[in-house]
Design a protein around this ligand. Structure first.
Ligand code: CP
Length: 304
């Protein structure tokens, strides 16, 4: 049985297959609308979510399956002290597959060690968010037509941003990808990403402080939110939260075909005036998340 804890749990070939299947689903959704009839997805969310939980649930419903689960630790028996191991042992007899989000890094990995059903990491602390990465890759592939030969800039909270960590890991496997990391000193990418991913894969990269200095080089600008919930100190959050605000003036510096992605939710880091720019594709990106999760459910249940 396969679990998805990290984006690297799929080989490059399996990832290509997943993206190809998602594209087939986009082209012909009717063909897949009953394939999970009689099956259930459990969504075990110990941390807030809009897109990930609801897109997983929409994905299973689009496949003809049903969903059950909880959307906060407080509404589950975790509030009474139940362990992840015991919870997943029980859920294994209620559902065929599960998606788990947890504030603690490694919680979905622990669940996978006790589970009798496939476990999908739907975000664990500041660590990984593989299905967001699959969504990002499908968005780039569909709208840019390629995953090789791209220049990408990641901007914002690169220290705690699990979507960035996962996407860096995944894009490191493609050819001729150049990465710029745009962050304040306090929110730079963790050292393990620099050493074990960027240097280990000979990725060309540079860390910079402003969007303006790299904007004209980028094919993709990946904006992220400064995440209040990951800070120990409210003062630091307030000082850093509005470091970057993408607006129409900055967009004028970008290539005409550059794309702006954001995993969402956004707070202030992208001004609403950017939403009408055709290069702003973050709402399309959220829609791609449903198709790629449909494809992933089918693959893990060995139905496609
Ligand atoms: N992108 C993402 O993970 O969004 P949610 O936190 O709303 O699930």
């Amino acid at each position: 049985m396969k679990h998805i804890i990290s984006p690297l749990d799929l080989t490059a070939e399996e990832l290509d297959d997943l993206l190809a299947l998602a594209q087939k689903i986009i082209d012909n959704p009717e063909q897949y609308s009953k394939i999970c009839d009689g099956m259930k997805l459990a969504t075990l969310f110990y941390e807030p979510s809009t897109r990930t939980r609801l897109s997983f649930e929409a994905a299973m419903m689009n496949l003809g399956g049903k969903v059950l689960g909880f959307s906060s630790a407080d509404s589950s028996s975790a509030a009474k002290g139940e362990s992840i191991a015991d919870t997943i042992r029980v859920i294994s007899s209620y559902a065929d597959i599960c998606a788990m989000r947890h504030p603690k890094e490694g919680a979905p990995l622990v669940a996978s060690q006790y589970s009798l059903i496939p476990v999908i990491n739907a975000g664990d602390g500041g660590h990984n968010h593989p299905t967001q990465t699959f969504t990002d890759l499908l968005t780039i592939k569909s709208l840019k037509g390629r995953l090789d030969n791209i220049v990408i800039g990641y901007c914002g909270d690169l220290k705690f941003g699990r979507t960035v960590h996962s996407l860096v890991n995944a894009l490191a496997r493609y050819n001729n990808v150049t990465m710029y990391f745009i962050s304040p000193e306090e929110l730079k990418v963790p050292n393990y990403i620099r050493e074990e991913v960027l240097k280990a894969n000979n990725i060309e990269y540079k860390e910079v402080r402003t969007i303006e200095e790299v904007m004209d080089k980028l094919d993709i600008l990946y904006m992220t939110r400064v995440q209040r919930e990951r800070f120990f100190n409210e003062e630091d959050y307030i000082r850093l939260k509005d470091t970057y605000i993408l607006d129409s003036k900055k967009m004028k510096l970008a290539k005409p075909d550059m794309l702006v992605l954001h995993p969402l939710p956004r707070v202030n880091e992208i001004a609403a005036e950017v939403d009408n720019d055709p290069r702003a594709v973050y709402f399309k990106q959220a829609k791609y998340g449903v198709y790629v999760r449909m494809a992933l459910i089918l693959k893990l249940l060995e139905l496609a």
